[in-house]
Design a protein around this ligand. Structure first.
Ligand code: PLP
Length: 395
């Protein structure tokens, strides 16, 4: 059916071996998740009450105190930044994104500056960078040091942001230690740090205050979903800035995540009003999270590795290309097939221009490698993928 819908719109279906990329539609959902979304679409519920239920489920799977469903990890980062600046102060909530009147600076280590820093800035926060990139440039051996963080924290500091990846995790404990004593929330961008599913809990175990996960990547939820989880007070302050607040103070019954006693009144629509998560996304994300949290990473990696072997065999000998399967313990996520080639982007361009466009991951193109990432690749596309690569190489 899906194929018919896209064909009817005149939109090409693509073979996606590039991963759960947002621009290619993110993850593919299982039938059970689709069914949960469809069922959710057919009834009216109180979204605050539904988010409270989501919070209980997210807390169970992550070990965080609370969690809400957002419209994506980027939205979760914006809300995390907003909540860190406002806490329960409704005048600050009303002021955002104009945040000059209060602590509005978010510390970000230089090596953590990604395109998603814009999501933090969208709240009105200002990024203040610190530290060196000795390791990244190969100039030296030292990473982030406690004294640098302590020296950077001022009365204007609202939060510390951390873009997690498998190689910088040991720095997180250093950051948490330096920030905790000064009540500076640590916000972790873990959007794409799943699998392994142990990372659902890992960042909280390391002391993060707020963590953003993407719902439409490995979790396999609706594409426009994400999770903001962490400290109950901060998650509550984020939720009240995301909900529809066109409410009568006399009749509004907020979920208990929202602490009325802490607020001087009832805020109007907040900064996050444009990031609403619909009932379908909330229910779909929870259905996907239930499945993801019980899945056996090793078993699913073994299945993926077998498929990559099949693809590699179908590719056969390719002139000028060296193939290698990188196991999950090397990639930090899922097994991938690396194709080392002299001009990777030329091949990628040809594949994308095919009648049925094929996408490989260009993440390591600068190192002369195209990657077959199986995360969003339908098993029925494996053979066509191999065929398309051979054709693009004229073999
Ligand atoms: C994908 C990604 C995001 C954004 O996630 P969405 O759910 O698409 O909003 C943020 N940060 C990183 C590191 C990502 O990879």
């Amino acid at each position: 059916m899906t194929q018919d819908i896209y064909a009817a719109l005149g939109v090409k279906r693509r073979i996606n071996a590039a991963g759960t990329l947002t621009r290619l539609g993110g993850a593919l959902m299982d039938d059970e998740v689709v069914a949960a979304m469809a069922a959710a679409a057919r009834a009216s519920v109180d979204i605050g009450e539904l988010q409270a239920a989501a919070s209980r489920a997210i807390a169970r799977h992550t070990g965080a105190q609370a969690g809400i469903v957002t419209s994506g990890a980027a939205a979760a980062l914006t809300l995390a930044a907003a909540a860190s600046m406002t806490r329960w102060d409704i005048a600050r909530m009303a002021a955002l994104p104009h945040a000059e009147g209060f602590a509005n600076e978010i510390l970000l280590h230089r090596t953590h500056y990604t395109g998603y820093a814009h999501a933090l800035r969208a709240s009105g926060a200002r990024i203040v960078d610190l530290g060196h990139n000795d390791r990244g440039t190969g100039a030296g051996v030292r990473g982030l040091e406690p004294w640098e963080i302590e020296a950077a924290i001022t009365p204007r500091t609202a939060a510390f942001a951390f873009s997690a990846n498998p190689s910088n995790l040991s720095d997180l404990a250093v950051v948490v230690k330096a920030c905790r004593s000064k009540d500076i929330p640590v916000i972790v961008d873990a959007a794409a740090q799943l699998p392994p599913k142990s990372n659902l809990r890992r960042f909280f175990e390391l002391g993060a205050d707020l963590v953003a996960f993407s719902g439409g990547k490995a979790i396999g939820g609706p594409q426009a979903s994400g999770i903001l989880a962490g400290r109950r007070d901060l998650v509550g302050a984020a939720l009240v800035q995301q909900l529809d607040m066109d409410v009568s103070p006399e009749t509004w019954a907020p979920p208990d995540l929202i602490d009325l006693k802490e607020m001087k009144g009832i805020p109007h629509h907040g900064l996050g009003r444009g990031f609403k998560a619909g009932k379908e996304e909330i229910v779909g994300l929870l259905a996907a999270l239930e499945r993801f949290a019980v899945a056996d990473d090793e078993a699913s990696n073994a299945v993926l590795e077998k498929r990559l072997n099949g693809i590699s065999n179908a590719l056969g000998e390719l002139p000028g290309i060296t193939k290698r399967i990188a196991p999950a313990r090397e990639t930090g996520r899922v097994p991938q097939l690396y194709l080392a080639i002299e001009n990777p982007l030329a091949l990628s361009r040809r594949l994308q221009a095919a009648a049925t466009p094929v996408h490989l991951s260009e993440r390591f193109a600068a190192q002369g490698i195209l990657i077959v990432d199986p995360q969003a690749l339908r098993p029925e596309d494996d053979a066509a993928l191999a065929e398309a690569v051979r054709k693009a190489l004229n073999v």
